[in-house]
Design a binder for this molecule. Structure first.
Ligand SMILES: N[C@@H](CCC(=O)NCCCC(=O)O)C(=O)O
Length: 249
């Protein structure tokens, strides 16, 4: 039997050579391949081929990225020297809405979670660390193991999807972001909350297919983390079910 195909939209970055590349971090590919999916990289070429791509895939993963969503998409303030990726925004934001409409399972991680919020009309805090009473959610200084190590606890919303998948009320997560949910988009419900009240996970409650957005990075050393495995196994099961229905129903 074949594997469910999981589309992953690339970032479009200009590298030192001056050329632009479309790229995805390997840890995302490892988490998808390691939990039964077949990763398919999707270039950030905008929304023109979405229908054809949606016919090919059994799920979509929206990854993290050091770039920020352009604030024009959610009524934010343009920041001097902001690191944006307009090509990725133009690809992911309509893609998220189209995937939900097509009953394709989706999982959004960090920037990908922010994209899911913005795609449904939500807004973002742009520099959380500048806000009173809020934690600094940026990654700590240090080596990569330090950067992606546990940073703060989250409370899982009782009887929410994450709580049902994980079975516990609290978890520790890593934190590598300066932006985050300000206002949840239409139909989105919180799934996990940080100690400062920041919404750290959410989903589209009435969607017919699996969808989940998490602000942290479960793909990092996913196999060693029970919450990460619960997330990726649930996503994989939903994508597998989509694959079975498409090919054998
Ligand atoms: N730029 C946004 C989102 C942060 C994010 O996705 N970080 C990922 C770091 C690289 C990786 O692990 O893929 C923000 O700052 O909020």
């Amino acid at each position: 039997m074949g594997l469910p195909i999981i589309g992953i939209v690339c970032c479009r970055w200009r590298l030192e050579s001056g050329h632009f590349y479309h790229l995805v971090g390997e840890k995302y590919l490892a988490a998808i391949a390691g939990t039964g999916g077949l990763p398919l990289l999707i270039p950030a070429l905008g929304a023109r081929d979405h229908a054809q791509i949606l016919a090919l895939v059994d799920g979509l993963l929206f990854t993290g990225s050091n770039s920020n969503i352009e604030p024009e998409h959610y009524g934010g303030t343009p920041l001097a020297d902001d690191f944006n990726d307009a090509a990725r925004d133009a690809t992911t934001l309509p893609f998220i809405r189209a995937a939900i409409a097509a009953h394709i399972p989706i999982l959004g991680l960090c920037r990908g979670a922010q994209e899911m919020n913005v795609a449904f009309g939500g807004s973002l805090h742009q520099q959380i660390q500048t806000l009173d009473q809020m934690l600094d959610h940026r990654e700590p200084e240090g080596d990569i193991d330090t950067m992606y190590g546990f940073a703060h606890p989250i409370e899982l919303v009782p009887s929410g999807l994450l709580h049902r998948l994980y079975g516990q009320q609290q978890a520790m997560v890593n934190s590598l972001h300066q932006q985050g949910v300000k206002q949840l988009g239409h139909g989105l419900v919180a799934e996990a909350i940080a100690p400062d009240g920041l919404i750290e996970a959410f989903r589209l409650a009435d969607a017919p297919s699996f969808n989940l957005a998490v602000q942290w990075h479960p793909e990092w050393q996913y196999a060693d983390n029970p919450l990460s495995m619960a997330i990726f196994n649930a996503f994989a099961a939903a994508c597998q079910a989509h694959y079975q229905h498409k090919h054998f129903a």
